[in-house]
Ligand binder design. Sequence first.
Ligand SMILES: Cc1cc2nc3c(=O)[nH]c(=O)nc-3n(C[C@H](O)[C@H](O)[C@H](O)COP(=O)(O)O)c2cc1C
Length: 233
Amino acid sequence: MTQFDIGTTTRVVDGVLRSRRSLRAFKPDRVPRAVLEEILNVAATAPSNSNTQPWQVHAIAGEPLATLGAALLAAYRENKLPPSPHFPDPLPNEYAQRQRDFGAIYYKALGVDVADMPNRMRQTEKNFGFFGAPVGLFFTIDRRLAPHSWLDLGLLVQNVMIAACARGLGTCPQVSFARFHPVIAQHLSFKEHELTVCGMSLGYPDRDEPVNCMSMPRREVHEFANFDRFEDA
Ligand SMILES: Cc1cc2nc3c(=O)[nH]c(=O)nc-3n(C[C@H](O)[C@H](O)[C@H](O)COP(=O)(O)O)c2cc1C
């Protein structure tokens, strides 16, 4: 194992973890392929069940990004694809409340009234333009696998965001793309069993944009961790 100074490493790792945010406004500056390959290379250190590494990533930039973005926007507006069931309906109240809290912070930062549906829809549409980012990533999984393999893919996705953040790049993970799997599959060279789990916008963030200055609250440790049976050292 690599030797490292614990104190410095703790500060650096915690600092990167705490500074990562979902960013939704980007500068047009291109991201070199070498930088993206470096990010994916380090992200691929993610653990996976029996080292199955059940992830596939499709990177897209330039003209193909613009073309796919336009097709996704058209499909969103056409509204013919069935909704993606990434949340159950109804969402249990505990989660629905946090979703409402997210919406309140998000639309306040954008200066949009939560009741203003046309403007909310305009903001949602920005997902399909990758929020102006120069790079789009699509994360797919082999649909023959069981839900636990999705966990492996999630670890890779988080690693990509952290590795990007450590290089001054911003990301936004986006489940909004999942519904449009048939459109995405037409544009990218998917293998037979590949299913779009989520996408991601990646680029140099525009830090002056208010939408990039939000801080989403987190539950306290005592709210989600149970230490009843923990004998302290
Ligand atoms: C799996 C996943 C899917 C998400 N999908 C979207 C999305 O489609 N559009 C979007 O704007 N944000 C999306 N987000 C970002 C979340 O809203 C964000 O992670 C959450 O509000 C916490 O904020 P933070 O990432 O800035 O800490 C997604 C996040 C995750 C983990």
